[in-house]
Design a protein around this ligand. Structure first.
Ligand SMILES: C[S@@+](CC[C@H](N)C(=O)[O-])C[C@H]1O[C@@H](n2cnc3c(N)ncnc32)[C@H](O)[C@@H]1O
Length: 248
């Protein structure tokens, strides 16, 4: 992947629906965050543990970004339909739908639908319920909806509460458990580790979890450093994530 493409992918991940991309420190911190946590590797490992995707199964990857996560789950990526509101480059053999999930016209039904770190966007768009119903309609009978999101348990929950008091707008991962009522599902929790050399560096990486623009975040970063020092022994903490496998 070229440096330019990598840069573009990281940019759009933070700015769904074509917002401006002028937040270079956020992008830099995001790349560092991904390198330290190796998040995609651990998410894929967890999915493979609980979901047996067979050759020939079809997958719809919603909010796919560059598509690396779903690609790492299968032998032949032609069984995947990739979908993202932002544009990404795919090989000519791969199918990519460039549209919001809310507006996309999608043919057929799938064995699996992968939705990793995307429900927070639907929540903020006020389309969570619509998207949940649409996801079910797009699954074959017995098909499975795979959801991955930060559980916001433990330290992250505390960090989010603190950040709400400091910043007007923060973005964090959300999944509404009320939609699980009456569903046939399994849930699995796993951690990824965010470890920095110093509390200042950790505060910079925390910007990624809150998606706050540089100017706003860096004005108050010393308050974040202070909070981290008060609540952690070392400049590191675990990010707890939940994998949900919901059967239609
Ligand atoms: C945090 S990234 C997750 C990428 C990937 N699924 C993963 O877990 O590594 C969220 C992705 O969702 C996309 N997205 C945001 N809102 C969306 C929407 N309404 N419909 C489709 N994709 C959306 C963004 O463009 C971005 O690529």
């Amino acid at each position: 992947m070229t440096v330019e493409l990598t840069y573009r992918i990281y940019s759009v991940i933070f700015f769904p629906e074509g917002k401006q991309m002028e937040h270079s420190l956020l992008q830099k911190n995001f790349q560092k965050f991904k390198g330290i946590t190796r998040e995609e590797f651990f998410i894929a490992q967890e999915i493979k543990r609980y979901v047996q995707i067979q050759d020939g199964n079809t997958i719809l990857d919603v909010g796919c970004a560059g598509g690396d996560l779903s690609r790492s789950l299968v032998r032949d990526s032609r069984c995947i339909t990739f979908l993202d509101v932002n544009e990404f480059d795919f090989s000519p053999q791969e199918k990519f739908i460039h549209a919001s999930f809310e507006e996309a016209e999608i043919d057929g039904q799938y064995d699996y639908m992968l939705t990793s770190h995307v429900w927070g966007h639907f929540y903020r768009n006020d389309t969570f319920e619509f998207c949940y119903k649409k996801a079910h309609e797009l699954l074959k009978g017995g098909g499975k909806l795979i959801v991955v999101h930060n559980s916001n348990k433990d330290f992250i929950g505390k960090l989010i509460d603190f950040s709400k008091s400091l910043f007007k707008e923060i973005e964090f991962d959300v999944f509404l458990d009320e939609f699980l009522e009456g569903e046939d599902y399994s849930e699995h929790y796993f951690d990824v580790n965010l470890q920095a050399e110093s509390f200042r560096e950790l505060a910079e990486l925390v910007q990624v979890l809150l998606v706050i623009p540089d100017a706003v975040y860096y004005e108050k970063i010393e308050d974040v450093v202070y909070f981290l020092k008060q609540n952690l022994e070392k400049p590191e903490f675990l990010i707890n994530q939940r994998l949900l496998v919901i059967e239609k």
